[in-house]
Every structure is written in C-alpha cells, then in structure tokens.
Design a protein around this ligand. Structure first.
Ligand SMILES: Cc1cn([C@H]2C[C@H](O)[C@@H](COP(=O)(O)OP(=O)(O)OP(=O)(O)O)O2)c(=O)[nH]c1=O
Length: 557
C-alpha cells in the first residue's frame, strides 16, 4: 500500500465525514485529507441484542450514520457527495456493549466494569461511494471493523471518581479517553491505537487501496493505447490497475495545453513518456496530486469562461447542440468554442455525443444563471474579482498586503465602498454572495443547534439568504440582517417569493461605525477573512460590548 496515491484518490472528490467526533476529524486532517464535516443525525438506538457480535452493531451503526448523511445531502441539500465516511466506536467487555455514558453514575458503572480487565474496542467504519443518476442517489457501501484490546490497571474507587469528575469520560465510548487523562488507566494496548481514539486509519487506507487498486486480474486483457487517449486522467495513466476499479475517477484535466488551446493532451503525453524514460516503478508513480495542483487553474478557468459566455444557459432545456451552432449564437470562434466545450465535457460539466453537447444535471442546477441554486454569480465574481487578486498572490506574500491596487488600480482600503459606486460591480458582488450563501445556508443553519436563541443579527448578511434559511429552520427565531445602506437598497431582487410573514428584517448601517442591532446571537459569515486584524478587533470588540452576560456569540466564518 503506497500511502500517497491511496489518499490521493480522494483528492478530487467531495468527501464528507459523517461524524461530530473531533478525534476523527483530527486523525483524517492530520494525514492531509480534505473533507467536509456533516454530523449524522442518526440516533444510536439499534437493538443491541439483535446482533450476533458487538462489532456487527458498530458496523451497522457506522453504516446508518453515513447513509443518513448521504441521503440528507442528496435530498435536502441537493448536493450529492462523492464519498461519505461514517464510524462508530464501542467498548465491549464480557460480550456487553458500552457506548458513551449518559451521566457520572453511568460512567462509574462502565469504568468499574473495565477495572483491572482486558476489553475490546471496536470501531465500525462505512465508506459510501455516491452517484447521482437521473436525480436518483446510487450508493456503493463498503464497511469493515477494527478491534483493539486494551487492559486497565487495578484502579481505586478514589481514582475512578477523580477521573469521572475531570469530565473527560462523558463523550467517549466506555467512559474513557486513552489519548488524554484516561491513558493513565491503561496497562497495555494491543492493536491500532487510533482505533481506540475513534478511527482505524491504517485499516481505512488498506480498504481504500483494495477499492481503488484491486489486484490485477491476470486473465483480463488490458487495453493497450496505440496513442495517448485524447481525454484521460492522471490516474488512468499512472495506475496500471485503475481501469478495473469499480469507481469512476473524476476527470481532472481538460485538453488545454500550456497555450491554453491545444487538444493534444500534451500534459499526459509528457507525463507518460517521462515515466517510460525514467523507468518509474509502481512504487514511485506519477505525483498525481502535484500534477493536479499544477493544472487545476486550467479547469477553473474553463468553467469560468464557459459561465461568462453563458454556455450553460444556452444549452439549458435543449437537446444536443453542435459546437458550430453554439459558436454562432454566442459570437465566438468555432475552433475555440469546440475546444472549450470539449474541456467542459472532460470536466464532467457537459455531455458530449455525436449529436452535440448538452448540459449535465448539475450544470442545469448550478451553472445556469437563473436556477434556484445557481452558482453563476459566485463564478463570475471568482473570475472577475478573485482571479486577478490571486494572480498577484506572489506580491501579496512578499509585501504582506492586499493587492487591489495591482489587480484593479484601486487602494485596498474601502474596497467595499469602491464596489458600491458601480451599479454593475455592486450587482455582481451581491449576486456572488447571494448564490454561495443561498446554496450553503441550509448546511450552515443546521450545523449548529440554534434553537435556544430568540433573536439573531447577521452582520454583513447581504441579501439575507442565510437569514431566510435560519427562520425556516428555527421558526421562533427573529433575524435582523445588518449591512451597508447601498446593499440594503438593492436586496429586493434577491428576496424569496411568497414569504411575507417571515421574521427577517433589514437594517442599514456600517458595522465599524454604527450601533449594532440588539440580538441574542451575532453571526459573522464570510466577513472576518476580509479585514486586517485591527479592523477585526474593532468589530469583535463592538460585538462583545453589546452581548449581554449569559448570551452567546456564535461565529460562522
Ligand atoms: C475508548 C475511546 C473512545 N473515544 C471516542 C471516539 C468517539 O468519538 C467516541 C465514541 O462515540 P461515537 O458514537 O463512535 O462517535 P461520536 O458520538 O463522538 O461522533 P459521531 O456519532 O458523530 O460519529 O468515543 C476516545 O476519544 N478515546 C477513547 O479512548
């Protein structure tokens, strides 16, 4: 098992960890995996006696946790993940299953049972690969478990109670945390330590290796390329076995070459030939992740340009259209348009058939400019605003300053004021903030339990996309959106239709200068990252001053 390629297989995928466990998040983050955390709402109430062995209970619970998240994301959030990982850790002693203690007495009961004895810690893991076909969620489930044996020393009553009063046992299976104070209770550990902490990393990597690099079938005739295929992935060329994998790999690159417009697939050609030249062995395969990083900007720019030319709008609700017809309608060159369309098809944004090009389902949903979940505004903002700024990243790092002057010929200070002088730029910025906030609002609103709050103020809440979602999720919550007068004056276009009584109010002002509206909860979403430390300090101090004792500040950045 080569570590890097195994985890590299997940790099281009939308990976979701269906767990609130900070330990699991840390273990996976530490090995460089990028993932989204969506805690599962599945209640751990399966009937234990219906399982023949304790580990079967852990595996089934892990599976149910992951399934709940996969389904919720697909149905409620309209965002189908590629891979969902669920896990469940239990402690088993004398064939009994111990989960997290409900109170101190329960913790005492558990720790007393473990005292002076060996027990098993089982973590069940489920890896679900999801595909969306005709709006139906299709899933392939892989599960496994890992067992670690742990022995406690003989511990005195006094020590057990001291440990319980530390508070550590409460959110941990069996009522102890081996990674912290609980480590002092343990005489030996046989097996994977991380399995006890909540995630059997080694077994997980082996499972991924099995999934993505199944052993070669010797009687299978491997396809031989006479020439380099015109559309392909790094993985296909670097991994001998990936053809036989059950899992569809994301296409990570287009046909654009270094000049941006050649269809020869030059990257792959050189990649493969250099592998042959230098005789890279299977142990030193192509550095796919690095190559993806090198080429990633091409994929982004292909998407940006197709969006800017409104190609996805053009193809909406139509059958396949030929490149020449699209070029004529859009007013672009035929050869350039065809290459851009091919790039979009290889990126999975369009479908290409002999009859022409058509939108994929996700292009219809997210890339057309007028859809309910359109990301068009955010894409245009990324192209027109963020792209020029990132082009100056090197200067930003060298100088330690914002680069608006280089990118736009304007001072970085009062950036927002500059924005609002141009109606077109203002509209673009608001559309960008609206589209990303609207799409993610449900996840943000449900990531925290905000039911105890009666009022909230979304500082810099722009069009109110998050506010409207919050009042849907928490009917007793009243939300005030506080933003600059120039923003509030233009929100009507973005308001949801048919919601007249929803308790969202808009107040204009400058959060650096004016008094903040009173609220139990202050939300800062996509705000703090924009300001230097001194300004953040001003803002947070103001919030701190208006917060009343006993109420909370929740920060959603
Ligand atoms: C035995 C032991 C468990 N644990 C933790 C790992 C798990 O987080 C927890 C067991 O509870 P789980 O139900 O497996 O997980 P969780 O509730 O923390 O998160 P979620 O259900 O959202 O996935 O106990 C330790 O951190 N250290 C230990 O030594």
């Amino acid at each position: 098992m080569a570590l890097h390629p195994v985890l590299g297989k997940l790099v281009s995928k939308r990976v979701v960890l269906a767990s609130a466990s900070p330990r699991r998040q840390e273990i996976l983050t530490n090995v460089g995996l990028r993932f989204e955390v969506v805690p599962s709402w599945f209640k751990e109430t399966l009937e234990k006696s219906s399982f023949a062995a304790p580990y079967e209970y852990a595996v089934e619970t892990a599976k149910q946790k992951a399934l709940e998240v996969a389904n919720r994301m697909h149905v409620k959030h309209l965002r189908t993940p590629d891979v969902v990982i669920g896990a469940d850790t239990i402690v088993s002693v004398d064939e009994q299953i111990l989960e997290k203690p409900v109170d101190k007495q329960d913790a005492y009961r558990m720790l007393s049972r473990l005292n002076g004895k060996e027990h098993s810690v089982f973590t069940g893991v489920a890896i679900i690969h999801c595909h969306c076909k005709d709006n139906q969620l299709e899933m392939e489930i892989t599960d496994f478990y890992e067992e670690t044996k742990v022995k406690f020393s003989e511990l005195s009553e006094e020590l057990l109670w001291e440990y319980i009063h530390s508070g550590e046992p409460m959110d941990k299976a069996g009522g102890y945390g081996i990674q912290a104070l609980g480590g002092m209770l343990v005489e030996y550990v046989h097996g994977d330590f991380l399995n006890v902490v909540g995630f059997p990393l080694n077994h997980f990597c082996k499972k991924l290796a099995e999934l993505y690099y199944p052993p070669p079938k010797h009687n299978v005739q491997h396809k031989k390329y006479d020439s380099i295929p015109s559309v392909d992935t790094f993985e296909n060329l670097s991994d001998g076995e990936s053809e036989s994998s059950n899992f569809t790999e994301h296409k990570v690159a287009s046909k654009l070459d270094s000049s941006g417009m050649d269809s020869s697939g030059a990257v792959y050609t050189s990649g493969k030939s250099s592998a042959i030249r230098t005789g890279l062995t299977s142990a030193s395969k192509l550095p796919s992740k690095i190559l993806e990083l090198i080429d990633g900007f091409r994929a982004s720019k292909a998407l940006f340009v197709a969006s800017k030319l409104k190609i996805f709008d053009h193809l909406k609700d139509k059958g396949p259209v030929k490149a020449v017809d699209i070029a004529n309608d859009v007013g672009t060159s035929v050869c350039g348009t065809e290459r851009l369309l091919d790039a979009c098809a290889s990126l999975g944004l369009l479908e290409k058939t002999p009859q022409g090009y058509s939108n994929t389902d996700s292009a219809n949903t997210f890339l057309t400019s007028d859809g309910k979940y359109s990301l068009h505004g955010y894409i245009i903002h990324s192209n027109d605003h963020l792209w020029p700024l990132f082009t100056n990243l090197e200067s930003a790092v060298k100088e330690g300053s914002r680069q608006n002057h280089r990118a736009f010929g304007k001072k970085a200070d009062d950036l927002f004021k500059d924005y609002y002088h141009s109606p077109e730029v203002k509209q673009r910025f608001m559309a960008a903030m609206h589209s990303i906030a609207h799409l993610t609002a449900r996840d943000v609103a449900t990531a925290f339990d905000l039911s105890r709050f009666k009022s909230a103020c979304d500082l810099g809440g722009c069009t109110g996309a998050l506010a409207h979602e919050l009042v849907q999720v928490y009917p007793n919550l009243k939300v005030t959106v506080f933003d600059l007068p120039e923003v509030i004056a233009n929100i009507s276009y973005f308001q949801p239709s048919g919601q007249h009584t929803a308790p969202v109010t808009f107040v204009s002002g400058d959060f650096f200068k004016d008094n903040l509206p009173e609220a139990d909860l202050y939300i800062l979403s996509r705000v703090l990252h924009d300001w230097p430390d001194e300004k953040i300090h001003v803002l947070l101090s103001k919030i701190s001053a208006v917060c009343r004792p006993g109420l909370n500040v929740e920060k959603i950045v």
